[in-house]
Design a protein around this ligand. Structure first.
Ligand code: NPQ
Ligand code: MG
Length: 378
């Protein structure tokens, strides 16, 4: 992807915290979420506003980042660097480089880059999908299903999502909630439904034989069974298990992706722009995976319409060859902050048309769910 865009000048950056209740609690191996406390970024130029969404959670349970920390590092380290660069005059393609001296804090960096890219593409009247090199108009939409209170409840929930037409089902697993739920879902809904599992790091290197008990169920993949830093452990597990191993938490950069692939730790990769420090790094991972024959899919972090629209645009690239976690907004929220409906039909999600992310904010509802706002200027 070449940077053929007119740069923009950032006049102001707004950080807005919103609180959106989830329609149903979402339980993973690391915890239960009842609502999303989301940090939105608005980058203002003379003519446009661009929006980004920081995907860090309330607590540092999925990764070390959490929303208060993300906001702190933006305020004290990242935003000052953006304003100090060339009078705030830049391309989105400069952002990662400008922020590179600050280590990690990838979700914070990604949100800023996303907002700059949205502002710049709105100013250039180009959609993010077409700027990135989109090849698809509709993206297959999968759904992530939390750990349930009972097998009966899980069957009802999965049945509902299948009725809605989702292109694949992902079950969250943890020790004690793995073989049996998968067995019952296969028995109830048949061998043909696309099914996969996500452990969010809940297993150990000794669990190869246990995870191999999932082999008869013909799953698409097992996502992130071991801790983030145990790439070699994943390679050991991959040798003992027939189901493809997919990495999520471990893939924090394109370098980490190359390393994991070369070490045989995974044969599929989940891409989240937030986890890897930005869109453009996400595209780089997409590209290194394509060059190595590794399919990718787009993960989800329970985003509002801003982050969800960003994910949809990213998912239009050619090597996104598996359904992602970009479900309908209504799977998570009773009402979203964007005017355009981000809803899948027949398991396909339309790409919002128009410049940038192609969605507009429902200003009244946005104000209603806003918890705090702060604005920074050069
Ligand atoms: C995953 N997402 O793929 C993540 C995990 C996840 C849709 O399964 C707040 C912040 C809540 C981060 C819930 C899905 C979260 C979160 C789930 C991440 O591993
Ligand atoms: Mg995951």
């Amino acid at each position: 992807m070449i940077d053929n865009l007119e740069p923009i000048t950032i006049r102001a950056i707004e950080l807005r915290r919103i609180s959106l209740p989830l329609v149903t609690p979402f339980r993973t191996s690391f915890g239960t979420e009842n609502s999303r406390d989301i940090l939105l970024v608005r980058v203002e130029t003379d003519s446009q506003s661009g929006w980004g969404e920081c995907v860090s959670g309330n607590d540092p349970l999925y990764s070390s980042e959490y929303v208060e920390g993300s906001q702190h590092v933006m305020v004290h380290h990242l935003i000052p660097r953006l304003f100090a660069f060339n009078g705030g005059h830049m391309s989105a393609h400069d952002v990662a480089h400008i922020l590179e001296p600050v280590k990690d804090h990838r979700m914070a960096k990604a949100a800023l880059e996303a907002a700059v890219l949205d502002a710049q593409l709105r100013a250039n009247d180009v959609s993010i999908a077409s700027h990135l090199g989109s090849v698809n108009e509709l993206i297959p939409s999968g759904v992530s299903v939390g750990i349930a209170n009972s097998i009966d409840e899980l069957v009802k929930t999965v049945g509902g999502y299948l009725d809605e037409g989702y292109a694949r089902i992902k079950l969250k697993i943890e020790p004690g909630w793995d073989i049996e739920p998968v067995r019952v879902i296969r028995q109830t809904f048949g061998d043909h439904i696309p099914l996969q599992v996500d452990a969010n790091t809940a297993y150990t290197r000794n669990d190869g034989p246990l995870l191999a008990q999932l082999d008869p169920f013909n799953l698409l993949l097992i996502e992130q069974p071991l801790p983030e830093d145990d790439v070699t452990g994943h390679a050991l597990i991959a040798k003992q298990v027939g189901t493809p191993i997919c990495l999520d938490e471990s893939i924090v950069s394109s370098l980490a992706a190359i390393d994991a692939i070369e070490r045989g730790a995974c044969s599929i990769i989940n891409i989240k722009a937030g986890r890897v420090g930005g869109y453009l790094e996400a595209v780089r991972i997409h590209d290194v995976c394509r060059e190595r024959g590794i399919p990718v899919w787009c993960g989800g972090m329970l985003e509002s319409g801003i982050g969800r629209a960003h994910n949809i645009h990213l998912s239009t690239l050619a090597n996104f060859r598996k359904p992602g976690d970009t479900s309908s907004s209504s799977r998570y929220f009773a009402k979203d902050i964007v005017n355009e409906a981000l809803e899948a039909t027949n398991g396909r999600m339309p790409v919002p048309k128009g410049p940038g992310i192609g969605v507009t904010l429902d200003r009244d509802f946005l104000e209603k769910v806003t918890v705090s706002t702060e604005v920074f200027t050069a």
